[in-house]
Write a protein that binds this ligand. Structure first.
Ligand SMILES: Nc1ncnc2c1ncn2[C@@H]1O[C@H](COP(=O)(O)OP(=O)(O)OP(=O)(O)O)[C@@H](O)[C@H]1O
Length: 730
């Protein structure tokens, strides 16, 4: 029986087909697999055919349905591994197949494909263009890199000729995949962006397991080896039931194909301690966390329990569903060994179990009033905002228990000096606050975590592994809970997050909490969610903002994170950005926009989201949409996936979510930045900067949720957080 592998293009085609056609494809593949190779060649039903006009002699087509053809790459190295490349209507399949040439990448040893006809046309075009410009002899894009360097990075002769004539990055961009082989294009893209050959090696080639640096010393790779060397784009169907699993269960690509940078960490054999993955929005960090959990479940002992945490209950529930999907039926029993929850829920459970009851967590508004009450009792020189920050960011952050500890402590992250007398007074105020809450059987969420961490630290670790998603917003007390959940040993913690999406006031030094990821961290750069147009636009919102690294505060080395190299291979429309004279006009335009998305672009209402800074506008939007007979639901009501209707949410609630189209409304100067949320610089300059940055990040998070389309609007005075955009759009 022939072996079969499926390419990502094939899976993409299949996902887009109607159910009955998918079933026919499935049947055809089953038939293909049930035959011997000679039977396959002789089968009239399959009609395995070599195409006369094909540029690659190994390309074949098979009949899948009356009107659909499958395109295959047949082995020419004595093996029996066939790779399904596409499934498409007859003419489209033939046309596509005739123009493609498959080859083995000289550096990665992976399989790659090019549109050879289009690249040849590009060669002719560039020759003519260069001849015309011969006199001016412009500086070429890759002049700084020798042929040997390029060859060592996997650039082959045809791509080399083309690279040599590029003058600007636009010259390169016109040859983007699927025209140019994706891996070679990525290398050139990185070099063009200013990365050194060494960086490119480390980031793109080494993660694929390649160790031989020079092209001439690498062994020859056969076609079959190349197919198996390409797990990010090709999956071999092995074992009974596996094909059905790939073809019949949810075909989400993230379950099957991982980028080498994702795979390297998700399936790492074993880290010697905590490991960390960062990356901009949509780079697949959650996907990596899920695959890591799968790997740990499959390779761990039966009794090993795993804690998988994220930020909100809604996200935990979606993470649980995704994990079940990834594990599939075959591994469904492993789910029993995983707790998927938020740190706050876990903390409440720990306290309940230890004390028989838990305290009532206080909402943000109730906490604010409690501070106001405490400070109103006597004339205090501090605002309720200052008191609450001091309690949260110093006392609870450091887990201080006594006035002496508070007197001695270094107030990390605070920008004001407080003397001994003031500290003693502050401590008394904070004690009163705690006692008031305790009298009502309540506590802040952070207090609950502080208490749970102490309980956990006294007992035996509950989990073998802790996997943390959305790590950027966790408070030190929450980290102490997590640290106490797993013993300090190999593979104890796996952390994913993005400091550019930090929207709550939590900077933390993980090292000071016994979580040291040095030497075990990696950054993802390829965005799988949004188009390049949305990504560029959104990234510009953070231009000039100094974003600290995940898990470090200014008292560590204070280095900055960056979105350098952050990119997408998808393309689409540039975001629509518009201001209106009144909110009524703005909402009218919003309705029009949503109608275009739903009626003209065919987007399901549940794939459209509208977000605003506060619930007041969220409610106004829902009311208006319903009045216009557009179904709308609030994300805070946790509508299930099956509920139809445009999703409407605050910007905070958009964290971690994803939609096809997103409208961000009400981006006005009065709510972004929202003055009451930003500590005045004269009160605390450090806190001021950090609060302001959180406002920038909030808008960034909202704008990075869409896959295909983004619209931003405001009425009246525009938010100054949009200023960097004016600069890029002119
Ligand atoms: N290897 C992959 N192949 C195909 N799609 C992928 C891959 N990795 C991630 N994706 C898709 O990209 C999108 C973003 O992934 P994910 O939510 O994991 O990113 P993230 O980095 O956690 O995002 P954010 O930080 O914005 O919440 C999802 O639709 C996911 O299915």
């Amino acid at each position: 029986m022939p072996r079969l592998a499926l390419s990502d293009d094939f899976v993409t085609d299949l996902i887009a087909l109607q159910r009955p056609v998918q079933k026919e494809v499935n049947d055809a593949i089953q038939m293909f697999r049930s035959m011997t190779v000679p039977q396959l060649h002789a089968s009239k039903g399959m009609h395995l055919e070599k195409l006369e006009r094909a540029r690659d002699s190994r390309i074949r087509t098979i009949r899948v349905t009356k009107s659909y053809r499958g395109v295959l790459l047949a082995p020419d190295d004595g093996s029996d591994l066939f790779t399904l490349l596409r499934v498409a209507p007859h003419d489209e399949a033939i046309n596509w197949a005739c123009k493609r040439v498959y080859s083995v990448n000289g550096a990665t040893g992976g399989l790659e494909v090019r549109n050879v006809e289009a690249l040849e046309q590009m060669e002719t075009y560039f020759e003519a263009k260069l001849e015309a410009n011969a006199v001016t002899a412009p500086v070429r894009l890759f002049e700084g890199h020798s042929d040997t360097v390029l060859r060592d990075l996997g650039i082959d002769e045809q791509v080399m000729r083309l690279a040599r004539v590029c003058v600007t990055t636009d010259d390169l961009t016109v040859m983007a995949p699927p025209m140019m082989p994706a891996d070679q294009y990525e290398v050139l893209e990185f070099l063009a962006a200013g990365y050194s050959a060494e960086d490119v090696w480390e980031q793109l080639i080494a993660p694929r397991g390649q160790t031989v640096r020079t092209a001439q010393d690498r062994p020859t790779v056969t076609l079959t080896e190349a197919v198996l060397n390409t797990p990010d784009r090709i999956v071999e169907v092995t074992g009974p039931g596996e094909l059905e699993r790939v073809l019949t269960e949810d075909l989400a690509r993230w379950r099957i194909f991982l980028h080498p940078a994702q795979r390297r960490f998700a399936y790492h054999a074993g880290f010697n301690g905590p490991a960390q993955v960062t990356g901009g929005p949509g780079t697949g960090k959650t996907v990596v966390a899920l695959h890591r959990v799968r790997h740990l479940l499959r390779t761990g002992d039966d009794g090993d329990r795993i804690l998988l945490t994220t930020f909100t209950n809604a996200m935990a529930s979606s993470l649980r569903d995704s994990l079940a999907l990834l594990l599939g039926e075959a591994d469904a029993h492993l789910l029993d060994r995983v707790d998927v929850t938020t740190v706050d829920s876990l903390a409440a459970r720990v306290i309940r179990e230890a004390r028989g009851r838990s305290l009532k967590p206080l909402s943000a508004a109730a906490e604010k009033s409690a501070w106001t009450r405490v400070s109103a009792r006597e004339e205090l020189p501090w605002t309720e905002q200052f008191l609450s920050q001091e309690f949260r960011n110093v006392v609870l952050a450091q887990g201080l228990r006594t006035p002496e500890e508070y007197l001695r402590c270094v107030r990390r992250g605070r920008g004001t000096q407080i003397g001994r007398v003031q500290r003693a007074r502050l401590w008394r105020v904070m004690e009163r606050f705690t006692a008031d809450l305790a009298a009502h059987d309540s506590a802040t969420y952070t207090q609950l975590c502080d208490q749970a961490a102490r309980i956990l630290a006294e007992g035996k670790p509950r989990y073998r592994h802790v996997v943390v998603d959305e790590a950027q917003d966790l408070h030190p007390a929450q980290w102490r809970v997590l640290r106490a959940c797993a013993a300090d040993r190999a593979d104890d913690m796996f952390i994913v997050g993005d400091p550019h999406q930090r929207i709550y006031d939590s900077r933390v030094s993980l090292r000071s909490l016994g979580i040291d990821v040095r030497g075990r961290s990696s950054r993802l750069r390829l965005n799988y969610r949004s188009t390049e147009e949305i990504l560029r636009w959104s990234a510009a919102l953070l231009d000039g903002q100094a974003v600290g690294r995940l898990g470090e505060d200014d008292d560590d080395d204070g280095d900055r994170d960056s979105l350098h190299g952050y990119r997408s291979q998808l393309h689409g429309r540039v975001p629509a950005v518009r201001g209106y004279a009144s909110q009524d006009e703005e909402l009218r335009a919003l309705i029009e926009q949503i109608r275009i998305w739903i009626d003209q672009d065919g987007v399901k209402p549940s794939e459209v989201a509208v977000c605003a800074r506060f619930n007041t506008l969220v409610d106004a939007v829902i009311a208006r949409l319903r009045r216009e007979r557009i179904p709308a639901v609030a994300v805070r009501d946790d509508p299930g996936a099956g509920v139809s209707g445009v999703r409407v949410a605050t910007m905070h609630a958009m964290k971690g979510l994803e939609f096809r189209c997103v409208a961000v409304v009400g981006v006005t100067s009065s709510v972004l930045p929202f003055a009451p949320q930003v500590t005045p610089a004269e009160v605390d300059p450090v806190q001021h900067q950090s609060d302001l940055l959180a406002e920038h990040c909030l808008l960034f998070v909202a704008c990075t949720r869409p896959r295909d389309a983004l619209a931003i609007s405001w009425s009246g005075e525009r938010s100054r957080l949009l200023d960097p955009i004016t600069a890029i759009t002119g």
